[in-house]
Design a protein around this ligand. Structure first.
Ligand code: URA
Ligand code: SF4
Length: 196
């Protein structure tokens, strides 16, 4: 078993927080182990809990469409969440759950070593970078501990909001433009520097 398969197995069997009691399935990260980018959402919803896969419901469709708009497919990237089990009624995962589960995200990042991590929405922004007010910071490039981050809105926010669909789509296009520049060793300008 490779290292990511081991994490996947550990997530499937995990009972480290209360969410294990109410989940149907844990939802490990999924996608290309050699991806240049990891997308990080909040937590599984109903469809993800049922299927054991991240972003397979309505929000997932929006994410897939945004990727396609940038000439990418889900299979080419790696998609995961801060918290790997569905919180009851889709409530926002609490600090204990996030802190407990973040161990898995850290491992996913350290194995894949993405050029950039795309933070989707406020919960991921807050959990990963300590940020808030996603609408103010979306579209920006951040750096913390020598890791680059790209901040954008959560795909679920676009479900009933046509305007936000173009925001998400253009952010994702910007993200992949940036990744191409990184691959060509072009210098990128950092909008926000975080210190740990
Ligand atoms: N919303 C998320 O944050 N993650 C998923 O996997 C699905 C919906
Ligand atoms: Fe384990 Fe994370 Fe699921 Fe909690 S949410 S049981 S820490 S995998």
């Amino acid at each position: 078993m490779n290292k990511l398969e081991t994490i996947k197995q550990n997530v499937i069997e995990c009972t480290k927080c209360e969410l294990c009691k109410t989940r149907t399935n844990s939802v490990p990260g999924k996608g290309n182990f050699q991806s240049d980018v990891i997308f990080v959402g909040e937590a599984p919803g109903r469809n993800e809990d049922k299927n054991g896969e991240p972003f397979v419901g309505a929000a997932g469709k929006k994410l897939s469409a945004a990727l396609e708009g940038a000439g990418m497919s889900r299979e080419q990237v790696y998609i995961t969440n801060v918290v790997k089990c569905r919180p009851p009624n889709n409530r926002v995962p609490n600090t204990t759950e996030r802190d407990t589960c973040k161990e898995y995200l850290k491992k996913e990042i350290s194995i894949i070593k993405p050029k950039i991590i795309c933070v989707l929405g406020n919960t991921a922004f807050n959990s990963v970078l300590g940020g808030s007010e996603i609408t103010k910071f979306r579209g920006k490039i951040a750096r913390k501990d020598n890791q680059l981050y790209f901040i954008t809105i959560h795909p679920a926010a676009t479900i009933y909001n046509q305007e936000l669909i173009s925001t998400l789509n253009s952010d994702i296009v910007k993200l992949f433009d940036l990744i191409r520049e990184l691959k060509n060793d072009k210098p990128v300008s950092i909008d926000i520097e975080y210190t740990s």
